[in-house]
Design a protein around this ligand. Structure first.
Ligand code: 3EB
Length: 328
């Protein structure tokens, strides 16, 4: 039995040719967004995060051969294999995205309760126009945080590792992973204020996520899921206007988060370095900054890691880069 569902980044052609029974679910980064759909009998979430000329990527979450069951719950499409649940939802463009987010998250919490996958260990949220003003004159991300925060409060659910990032179209989409039996240990970063304690200057409701989540099997080594991480120290953006500095601060934040000292602080043995990261996603706000960001990343990351780059907005107007990954 393995502790974690393996994740691989594939081309659209490779995904089309995959045997469906090795797949739990997938996320298709392309030029079109919409609700999750069935492909190979599995939930696939289409995201508009690829510009003309950039390659499409399919992020595939695999299963280890146990039978997979699938279903639909209030617009959420899901698949589970008795250990891991993959679930995708689409909020779409809406006037009140906060309330729509609250409802979608409540449906997600209903689902994990009902199916018995209570250990939610990783969530992703992709928001079109993330820093634009919505119908209420509030930034979309801030309204999103209000709705998401209400859902967490109402269900009293622990906050897992997460990503909140821009998209090029399609309203709000999200997906998450949950485990039936493995405990989820949520980590904070000593270099950063917990996101749920950000002061009010960043919005009426602080974001509901942990900096990382460690998924712990009964015995042996677990796997570590690193949230979208940016150039934030304490709660402040550092390196405003300087993409190289922002990339360095972001990498240092991740290194501190996954290193032995911080794991020990959370009662976890071992320690990881940047070259242990896999399934890395790098989000860069300005396309012209991609070479600079990638040069700094390639010095630190393993050549064996799958790495995808998306040129999308980040949740604060002054953030130029955000990076995430996992240690299997
Ligand atoms: C930050 O540290 C950068 O709202 O789910 C990173 C990861 C960020 C997750 C989220 C937001 C989220 O605040 C932004």
């Amino acid at each position: 039995m393995i502790a974690t569902p393996p994740c691989a980044f594939r081309t659209a052609e490779d995904f089309a040719g995959l045997a469906g029974d090795t797949v739990l679910g997938a996320v298709h980064y392309s030029a079109q967004a919409g609700p999750p759909r069935w492909e190979h009998g599995r939930p696939v979430l289409p995201l508009h995060m690829v510009r003309p000329g950039e390659p499409e990527v399919v992020e595939v979450w695999h299963t280890e051969g146990r039978p997979v069951r699938v279903g639909e719950h209030r617009g959420l499409l899901y698949a589970h294999d008795d250990e891991v649940l993959f679930c995708a939802g689409w909020i779409g463009p809406s006037v009140d995205c906060g309330e729509a987010t609250r409802r979608a998250y409540l449906a997600a919490f209903d689902l994990v309760e009902r199916l018995g996958y209570r250990n939610v260990f990783r969530m992703w949220n992709m928001l079109d126009g993330i820093t634009d003003l919505d119908a209420f004159g509030t930034e979309v991300y801030r309204d999103f945080c209000v709705g998401r925060g209400r859902a967490f409060d109402e269900r009293g659910h622990a906050m897992p590792a997460s990503t909140g990032i821009g998209a090029l179209g399609g309203g709000i989409a999200f997906y998450f992973l949950a485990h039936r039996s493995h405990r989820a240990v949520h980590l904070e970063n000593p270099l950063q204020v917990p996101a749920h304690e950000y002061p009010a200057q960043y919005g009426p409701r602080s974001p509901s996520f942990a900096r990382a989540t460690y998924l712990a099997p009964e015995g042996g080594r677990g796997s570590l899921y690193v949230s979208g991480t940016a150039s934030i120290l304490d709660h402040a953006t550092v390196g405003v206007g300087d993409v190289a500095r922002q990339t360095q601060v972001t990498l240092a934040n991740i290194a501190a988060l996954i290193g032995a000292e911080n794991l020990a602080r959370h009662g976890i043995e071992g320690g990881n370095a940047l070259h242990d990261l896999r399934a890395i996603k790098v989000y860069v706000k300005r396309p012209e900054d991609v070479p600079t960001v990638l040069r700094l990343c390639r010095d630190e990351f393993s050549r064996r890691a799958d790495l995808a780059v998306f040129t999308v907005d980040v949740c604060r107007p002054d953030l130029l880069v955000e990076i995430e990954g996992m240690v299997p």
